[in-house]
Every structure is written in C-alpha cells, then in structure tokens.
Design a protein around this ligand. Structure first.
Ligand code: NAP
Length: 240
C-alpha cells in the first residue's frame, strides 16, 4: 500500500513549515505549496533527507485560483492518493475602518476563497482515502473582535463559518474538517505583534493540536479548536 499523502500550504515558512515537518516525521509523503520556489525547495530537500519521504514542492500563488488547483491536483495524481489537506497559507494586512478595500479584498481572496478552492478540488481524493482530513488555520481573530485588525478578522471569521459548515456537510462522507484558531504564533506574521517570542504560541504547538485531533477515536469530531496565549505579566509585553 502506498504511503499516506498530505498537502500543506504555506509550507515555505512559519506554521506551515512546522506542520509539514510533523507529517514527514509520521511518514507521510508531502505536497508542499507556497510562492517562494527556493524556500519551498529547501524545505522539501531537508524533509526528504531527514525522514526519507517523498516531497513535491509546488510553487504557485494560491490566489490564482484555477492554475493553483490544477497544479496541486496534478501533484495528487502523481502521488496516487490524498489523506490530509492543511490550509495554512494566509496573509495579514492591518486596519479596520482605515483598511484599504484592496487589502481586505486580498485577504478574502487568500484567506477564504483560495481555501474553498482547494477544499473543493481535493474533496474527491480525500473521500477516497477513507480517513480524509482537512485542517484550516484561522485565528483567534476568527472568533473574537480585535479593534485594529477588522479586515483580517473578517477573513478569519469567514473561514471559521466556512470550515465549520464544511465539517458538518462532510460528516457523512467520512472527511473530518477542523478549524484551528490560534492566538499569536512565533512566526514572521507573529513578529508584527510586538510580543516577545516566549509570550507567543510555538509553531510546534499547532502540530501538537493536529496530533491531538488525529489521535482521537473515529467517533470524535473537533470542528474548531482555539489556542490562546497566557496574558503577559504587567510590564512584560514589549512595545509594538
Ligand atoms: P507566515 O510566517 O507569514 O507564513 C505564511 C505562509 O503562507 C508562507 O509560507 C507564505 O509563503 C504562504 N502564502 C501566503 N500567501 C500565499 C499565496 N498567495 N499563495 C501561496 N502561499 C502563500 O504566517 P504564519 O504565521 O505561518 O501563518 C500561517 C497561518 O496561520 C495563516 O493563515 C495565518 O493567518 C494564521 N495565523 C497566524 C498567527 C500568527 O500569529 N503567526 C496567528 C493565528 C493564525 P510564500 O510567501 O512563499 O508564498
């Protein structure tokens, strides 16, 4: 039997790279997606060397919906199966009332439409897996309001609504869908928060959350998981 296969978007850095490493360490072959071809190749080379798995880098802009889906489905065909889809790729732009319309549009395209596009394209092979999983990375801004980041919150709330609805739609098909909602994570994106690394969630905590969900018994369903940060002690939070 062929090895299990996972697609991880946003695999060139941050949370996606860490999740790719988690699946490689569990013997999954990988389809790694992001725009930066050189960084993706580096990640793929390192995971092949360390874990002896197959890793195919696909350098595409996920906001180019049709070409991205085509390139990724071609890779699924080459791998011969698909068991897990992790949608980690995402962008952040600042602002609520002052946000540029173009910035909110870009976030809705990358953080919502591109994820629907991949879920839609991948459902058939995931259903064939018999134990298909989708993990979408939303944010705590997808379940709580944050005054300065309304555009980002709009995209992440949309993703929670979409992911939870997809989870219910797909229950009879056997594909389980979980939306993860972390607070600030120690990555390039998290660096903009002004928090210190030790105040932030570690990228590996997101893999641990995935591991927890995947280890549950077949009857268990986790539609959404929120991971908060411990509030900083008075005076500990760095200046933004
Ligand atoms: P990051 O370090 O900025 O990495 C973002 C990843 O997404 C990169 O691999 C980037 O690759 C990829 N990406 C962005 N736009 C893309 C596009 N149009 N097409 C293909 N790939 C694209 O961010 P992160 O912290 O790992 O965040 C991962 C996810 O977690 C995001 O959805 C983010 O909103 C969410 N999240 C982050 C935090 C946090 O504090 N870090 C907290 C909660 C939720 P390229 O640049 O190579 O394309």
């Amino acid at each position: 039997m062929s090895r299990h296969v996972s697609i991880v978007t946003g695999a060139s850095r941050g949370i996606g790279r860490e999740i790719a490493r988690y699946f490689a360490s569990h013997g999954y072959d990988l389809i790694l997606v992001a725009r930066d071809e050189a960084k993706l190749a580096e990640v793929a080379d390192a995971l092949r060397a360390e874990f002896g798995i197959a890793a195919e880098p696909i350098a595409v802009d996920l906001s180019d919906l049709a070409p991205a889906a085509r390139a990724i489905l071609d890779a699924v065909d080459r791998m011969g199966r698909l068991d897990v889809l992790v949608n980690s790729a995402g962008i952040f732009r600042f602002g609520t009332s002052i946000a540029e319309v173009e910035d909110i549009e870009a976030m809705l395209r990358t953080n919502v439409l591109a994820i629907h596009n991949l879920c839609k394209a991948c459902l058939e092979p995931l259903q064939k897996s018999g134990d298909g999983r989708i993990f979408n990375i939303s944010s705590i801004a997808g379940v709580e309001p944050f005054a300065p980041v309304g555009g980002y919150a709009a995209s992440k709330h949309a993703l929670v609504g979409y992911g939870r609805s997809l989870a219910r739609e797909q229950l009879p098909s056997g594909v389980k869908v979980t939306t993860l909602c972390p607070d600030v994570v120690d990555t390039d994106m998290g660096a903009g928060s002004g928090m210190r690394p030790e105040e932030m969630i570690a990228p590996a905590d997101i893999s641990r959350a995935i591991d927890f969900v995947m280890a549950l018994s077949p009857a268990a369903v986790v539609e959404q998981l929120t991971i908060g940060c411990k509030p900083p002690k008075q005076g500990v939070r760095a200046e933004a």
